[in-house]
Ligand binder design. Sequence first.
Ligand SMILES: [Zn+2]
Length: 346
Amino acid sequence: MKKKLSLNKELFIKIVVILFIILMCVLVFIKIRTDNNPTKIQEEQRALLFNTIDKNANVNVTKYTVYGTHFNIEGTLDIVEISGIKISNVDLIVKNLNGDEISINSDFNYSDNTISFSTFSEINRGIDLESLEINDYYLLLKVTYSNSDINYYSFVNGSEYGNITYYTLTKNNSNHKIDISFNQYHDIPYLSIHVEQANGLPEDVYDIAIDPGHGGLDAGATSGDYTEAGLVLDCALTLKSKLEDLGLKVLLSRDETSPANENTAYTMYDENGRVNLLNKSHAKLLISLHLNSEIYNKDEGGVEVYAPNDCNLDFASLLAKNIVEKANTYYSELSSFKELDRRLCS
Ligand SMILES: [Zn+2]
């Protein structure tokens, strides 16, 4: 009887030891799995990124928009004055967790311990949304001091603007959907850009909008039986079909099916007016086509490209250069109503 008991005891101990070893193996396995878990690695990288941020102050964002293909932002940052030290540079930083970083130099003013910054000086100067790869990006303000110290600050929304969704221009039948939003990481507010593959463009989103000038009761410039409204509509229809052949989604502000009444030209800002229609298209580019008349000197002519005066002129210059080269024509010499871009004509 005594022997049987001790045998059972021996067996029991063996089972406990084996179970203990199995349990340890399972725990080690789980630990290895968790350490290599992509979500955990990302979380650690995110923690590292937020560790670099100065928690004493946040950037108060007062305005942000996407204009064309670029995201622009402005705001203020209150800092503690350090005597004798000036601000050398203010940059807008776009970072992802792979360590990639884009830096955009910002205009800034510094007075009364407040930095005011803005990337709005040129409407297509800020963050180029077309060039962002699929990923999550974090926006930071980098302030470089005259003693070479560098501080990073996070953004908090002090404006009345909401989240933004942007679709990139169609390339090879493919678009990215970009969401720009304010979020919170523990106690730190931040601004992020999330880029993902889009499942095609939503019905109301276009790549490019073309506005054939005038129309309806407004014929624009005329010469004999020709009207500017009619000629630019022909050009617009041709341009639309060529752009569609390249896979782009194009909106016309009017076409030959528009009723020939004054609505087309004069009710621009109404709910269904021309300007609203174009704004609602979410188009990244807008081209308005016009043909000017010249009654005094019939030899005058040539290409003119107008662009907003607070915009980088590279795209407009490229457009004008290509029209001149491909259509074998020349730049207009006229300078009324415009500031001639001397880079083209010199
Ligand atoms: Zn016109």
